[in-house]
Design a protein around this ligand. Structure first.
Ligand code: BMA
Length: 329
């Protein structure tokens, strides 16, 4: 087992990999063209036709229920054009799994179908499960229904098949309260099997003890699939949601090559620390800049607004190798 966490060789200050945009929060409830309570946890993608950045935000209304709404921008930072009405509303009649709303979308462009997969949380009367939809224009959607039953969330599809099978990362919760990151495979996107835990929550005092979940869809790099995942630390005054890194094997994503020991991004700014749920940064989408290295990370701040941070892919990979600790103890 690799054990390279030696507290005595730590530098005095941790290197900050992520840079927050000075215009943060880049989108807020008041920017919306219709009455909403909060906007957060957006999926993100660079549209293949126009090159625009599309965010699919989770929008919560004053009933407390969420739907999804698209915002488009040429630079991914400003001048957002927001759909004038909800883009994807839950439908209690035809899709009962969406009874209490749709939350936290993750978007993957699937070259084989020339379509986008939207994987989100469907809040059913039986609890939150994973719902899969496909679209080519973010106007009309095909609905595959609930593909992972409750309680399960924090899911995303890989853009390619492995040995003929599609792969999905997701986060079922155990009755004990422990929640780990799993991978499952399917040949038709409706029936899923070969379920395996790939990352377990750590134990004891770790920042990612007991509960972890995928943040953004896996990012393909030359060295492997980069995962941003959140770790939840439970404290006397509530939960702290922070972000860590792991790298999966390119050909066999069940294999974890590296896992960072420390978190790389956590709530420090007022819009991340104060809101409906305090002390939360919750990324659900990324867009890679034309330089092939700068990654824009879109995240929810305190379950209230949308923030943007940038980070170098190269630096994240180098950091992971220097901070690898795949153990859980
Ligand atoms: C998680 C999800 C997220 C939310 C986070 C913090 O379980 O429900 O939507 O941002 O909790 O409240």
């Amino acid at each position: 087992m690799k054990t390279n966490t030696t507290p005595y060789r730590q530098p005095l200050q941790d290197e900050e990999l992520f840079t927050r945009h000075s215009a943060n929060p880049i989108l807020k409830e008041e920017d919306w063209p219709y009455a909403v309570h909060s906007v957060f946890n957006p999926g993100a993608v660079r549209l293949t036709d126009s090159g625009e950045t599309l965010l699919l935000a989770r929008v919560e209304d004053r009933r407390g229920l969420s739907h999804l709404c698209a915002a488009r921008s040429a630079d991914g930072i400003s001048n957002w054009t927001i759909d004038p009405t909800p883009t994807l509303l839950p439908d209690r009649e035809s899709r009962p799994e969406e009874f209490w709303g749709l939350e936290d979308p993750r978007i993957t462009w699937i070259p084989e179908w020339q379509q986008y997969a939207v994987v989100c949380t469907a809040f059913s009367q039986g609890g939150p499960g994973v719902s899969l939809k496909t679209t080519s224009d973010f106007k009309t959607f095909d609905h595959y229904g609930m593909v992972m039953p409750p309680e399960d969330k924090d899911a995303a599809l890989f853009p390619v098949r492995f040995g003929g099978h599609w792969a999905m990362i997701h986060r079922p919760a155990l009755a004990s309260g422990q929640a780990n990151i799993w991978i499952s495979f399917s040949s038709d996107l409706r029936h899923w099997g070969s379920h395996r835990v790939i990352l377990s929550a750590r134990e004891g005092g770790w920042w990612d003890a007991r509960k972890i979940g995928l943040c953004t869809p896996p990012i393909r790099t030359e060295e492997g699939w980069l995962l941003l995942y959140h770790g939840v630390r439970t404290t006397a005054s509530g939960s702290l949601y922070r972000v860590g890194l792991a790298l999966l094997d390119l050909e066999d994503p069940v294999k974890v090559l590296y896992r960072g020991d420390k978190w790389v991004f956590g709530p420090t700014e007022s819009y991340e620390r104060v809101g409906d749920v305090r002390d939360v940064v919750f990324p659900c989408g990324t867009v890679l800049d034309d330089d092939g290295d700068t990654l824009k990370i879109y995240y929810g701040g305190a379950d209230t607004c949308i923030g943007l941070a940038t980070v170098s892919l190269r630096q994240m990979l180098a950091w992971l190798k220097a901070h690898d600790y795949t153990g859980t103890a």
